[in-house]
Ligand binder design. Sequence first.
Ligand SMILES: [Mn+2]
Length: 434
Amino acid sequence: MIPFRFIHTADLHLDSKFTGMKGLSDTLRQHLRDSTFTALRHLMTLAIEKQVDFMVISGDIYDAADSSLRAHLSLQDAFEELGRHGIHIYLIHGNHDPLDGPRLQIKNAEHVHVFGAEIESYIARRRGDQQEVAVISGISYPTSKVTENTAMKFQRDPESHLFHIAIHHANVDGDPGHETYSPCTRKQLEASGYDYWALGHIHQRRVIQESPHIVYAGNIQGRSVKETGPKGCYVVDVLEDSSLHMNFHELDSVRWFREEISIEGIHNEDEWRIRVEDKVDAIRRLRPEEMSIVRWIMTGRSSLHRELEKGHVVSELEQELRRRELARAESGHFGGLVWSESISLQSGIEIDRNDMMREDSFLGEMIRLEVQAEQDDALAKELVEKALAPLMSNREIRRIIGEYSEQERQEWLYRAGELGAVLLLDKAADGGRN
Ligand SMILES: [Mn+2]
């Protein structure tokens, strides 16, 4: 086999809006808006530095079907630059940027291959000597919702000895965190005879299996607290003996974190504030060149929880942490900037739940139910649904609730349990005094 090198990338989501972020200044909001474009620039630089033979992009290039002019022009520039280096691009459209979207067409260029709504195949060549190295097949989303199993349309050319790459935007094995578009199974992909499935749609990168390779590259820039950790692409080397080497490269310019901080052993606000500030500094040291966004999650049990539960203590620290970063941003420094997205409570009061569980009281009853729900997903789901039912008749609230995962909704249940415990204990204490 003739050795060659390519980049597998997906889900660029150019010009993502980063809505729902609180407290940002215009400068910071702009920096976030720029991040998907910065990641695109990193991608281009990497392709040229690594002298790849071609690049495959597995859908969701644009964030929205009616892509912005800026997204379109940036992509156009990027592709022209790759063209000057003789790097070909093979791309499909996904559920966010389907073919029927009101979109500007990419200028006709010989080195850009956009797949249509029916399966197509191209022969890819090596950049220098133009030797044929791979068959690349792909299919784009004609509309935003593709519910049929289009993976079944990929069939290896039995006559060809070239390396076979399939580009697909699909939900393999029904990942519950994403829409089940182009549903298919790992077994079906394996049976198709392709050597490398370059997948898009799931934003968390993952090598599902090797030889044949079935790979999600993940997105190139995290866009919410659900998309934490490094984001980037794979540089794939196919060697003479047809073995394969993959290297992940970070491309993101803003990175998301979920950091847990235990309040165990902390009994006053000052100690707590210092512990949070230490964590902020630790992330600053970790990423001195780039901006980070963090959701701080309080865990553990201590007497401090009561204070935090009052709300203003938490929001004051949130605002103070943000104020410092806003000052940094105004001076034009985004390196080492640590933005606190929010402080979220998963901590609890210092009670012995085992003791309380035996209590013949409303509180005891509530804790027994909570413990039961922790061990029984169906029960937890039922309790959450019952609690949310009165809100569901409002369309707007229903839409907002729909954006939260099952797990997040269950976290509300446990938060409600902790809040209930505080209120009931306070009431009991008051009752005692009267
Ligand atoms: Mn996507």
